[in-house]
Design a protein around this ligand. Structure first.
Ligand code: HEM
Length: 500
């Protein structure tokens, strides 16, 4: 097959020889015991990124792979990623049509929408609206702080209950982060045991689990499998139906109680824009309740796992690097004290804390392979031909480990983000949110959440591993995002006075 395609693929970037039919990812589809039998012993999780990064040493920073018959070009290192996404945005900002995702999203919303005028208008509106939640009357800061206060109380309670075995913080942090998205979209926070809240979180995590970690991935090869009347295929359709009922009800409730003088959240603002465009007689406007449905889904998916895992990684590094934890706490004590919760106005005065968060984000790259892009036309790029329809995979993990731009890239050194006076340095090679036109739309919100949650936790507690427990691995689990493997922490309260 690849031989036959030689004409089209004559000058594509070099790469390893694909397996017949399945391409280069054939090995990954085999069960682990068979892979081990053939000597593939690397960690199946972060092993993927390490393997992809290692291939660049053999084939160069731009190389080709095949998934089945689909050509995929992996971009490694800062220069290649930045050159493609920032200097050639018109060609490399599209998204591929991945069958499982397209069936679920109908290619609407923002994350998987094709590059073009509809995506541009929707993104511009949502991005501008998100900025309103950073500042002003609708600021999410109090909501995040409230979440941190509940998180701290719950952590303390569970820590007392569990004693020496420690607490797995993942669910608590996921609750706090999900509540921020609920405030953004639903205009309200939930108690973590609220049945409605649990329904949203369960539907999302089940849906993601099925899409990423089950035979449902076969839908990408055989789209008709989506309709199979059994197993995970049927379950996926059920999750989709439940999610649809849930989101449609949210939109209908908002629509009924909308007060244009008092928008409560992003959903209200979107509905107002929809009405405004209708009133202005905009023919064929993409602002519709139907489109809003997909935007809400996108924000839930894009804004929860990413931020939750980023906070979890910071906690894990803090227990593994107690000296850094103490330095961060000393800075928080000096600038904020222990009587009030840290706020966004403290950000500029906590450079070591910011540097620590950034260093963890650099090493962990929570969205290590970004979200796939696609070449929208055949183009010449750095001496190679990239055919129209090629999937482009920006390897952000490799950018953050690129030895040509980072000194000792594998080491944890927050000070690399500080100048000799201890002021924060902006490093252009630090791109956990991607670069170019598709750069993360929630970057500002995510940074706000990370800062307020991490400082709120470290102000209140010292974290350590339960006695006698081996240090958790820093390898992580790679699904849609890179999550740390489950770990437990023991906490001791630092705050005597009640922080409010
Ligand atoms: C896209 C990272 C949090 C919304 C992305 C991309 C990355 C990323 C790498 C892909 C960029 C590309 O395609 O080139 C992260 C990280 C986060 C985070 C590391 C947390 C630490 C959030 C939050 C939201 C959000 C909180 C929204 C509430 C989006 C959206 C896109 C996106 C809508 C798609 C943009 C587009 O296709 O135009 N993010 N993200 N993200 N992110 Fe985030």
């Amino acid at each position: 097959f690849y031989q036959k395609q030689r004409g089209v693929y004559r000058n594509i970037p070099p790469g390893p020889r694909p397996w017949p039919v399945v391409g280069n990812f054939g090995g990954l589809l085999l069960p682990p015991f068979i892979r081990r039998r053939f000597g593939q012993t690397s960690d199946p999780n972060t092993g993927v990124m390490e393997a992809l990064t290692a291939q660049a040493k053999v084939y160069g920073n731009i190389y080709s792979l095949f998934v089945g018959s689909q050509l995929l070009v992996v971009l490694n290192g800062y220069e290649a990623v930045k050159d493609a996404l920032s200097n050639h945005p018109e060609v490399f900002s599209d998204r591929p049509d991945v069958p499982a995702i397209s069936i679920l999203t109908k290619r609407k919303g923002i994350v998987f929408a094709p590059y073009g005028p509809v995506w541009r208008k929707q993104r511009r509106f949502c991005h501008a609206t998100l900025r309103n939640f950073g500042l002003g009357r609708l600021s999410l800061e109090p909501c995040i702080q409230q979440g941190v206060a509940s998180l701290n109380a719950e952590l303390l309670r569970l820590n007392a209950e569990r004693g020496a075995t420690g607490v797995d913080p993942s669910q608590l942090i996921s609750n706090a982060v999900s509540n921020v998205i609920c405030s953004l979209i639903l205009g309200r926070r939930f108690h973590h045991e609220d049945p409605e809240f649990r329904t949203i979180l369960d539907l999302m995590s089940r849906g993601l689990e099925i899409c990423v970690n089950s035979p449902a991935v076969l839908i990408n090869v055989f789209p008709a499998f989506y309709y199979l009347p059994f197993g995970v295929f049927r379950e996926l359709r059920q999750v989709e139906r439940d999610m649809t009922v849930f989101l449609k009800r949210i939109i209908a409730d908002h629509s009924e109680s909308l007060d244009p003088d008092n928008p409560r959240d992003l959903t209200d603002m979107y509905l107002m824009e929809t009405l405004a465009q209708q009133a202005a007689g905009e023919e064929g406007s993409s602002f519709t309740e139907d489109y809003l449905f997909y935007i809400i889904g996108d924000l839930f998916i894009a804004g929860t796992d990413t931020t939750t895992n980023s906070v979890l990684w910071v906690l894990l590094y803090m227990v593994l690097y107690p000296d850094t934890q103490e330095q961060v706490q000393a800075e928080i004590d000096r600038v904020v004290g222990r009587r009030r919760l840290p706020s966004l106005t403290d950000r500029g005065s906590l450079p070591f804390t910011e540097a620590t968060i950034m260093e963890v984000q650099r090493l962990t790259a929570v969205v290590p392979l970004s979200i796939p892009h696609m070449a929208s036309e055949t183009t010449e790029f750095r001496g190679y031909t990239i055919p129209k329809g090629t999937v482009i995979m920006p390897n952000l993990y490799s950018v953050h480990r690129d030895p040509s731009v980072w000194d000792d890239p594998g080491a944890f050194k927050p000070a690399r983000f500080l100048d000799h006076e201890g002021k924060l340095l902006r490093r252009e090679f630090f791109i956990p949110f991607g670069v170019g036109r598709r750069v993360c739309m929630g970057e500002q919100l995510a940074k706000m959440e990370l800062f307020l949650t991490v400082t709120g936790l470290l102000q209140a507690f010292s974290f350590r591993l339960p006695d006698g427990k081996p240090a958790p691995s820093l390898q992580g689990r790679f699904g849609l995002t890179l999550a740390p493997c489950p770990f437990a922490v023991c906490v001791s309260a630092r705050t005597q006075e009640g922080v409010s």
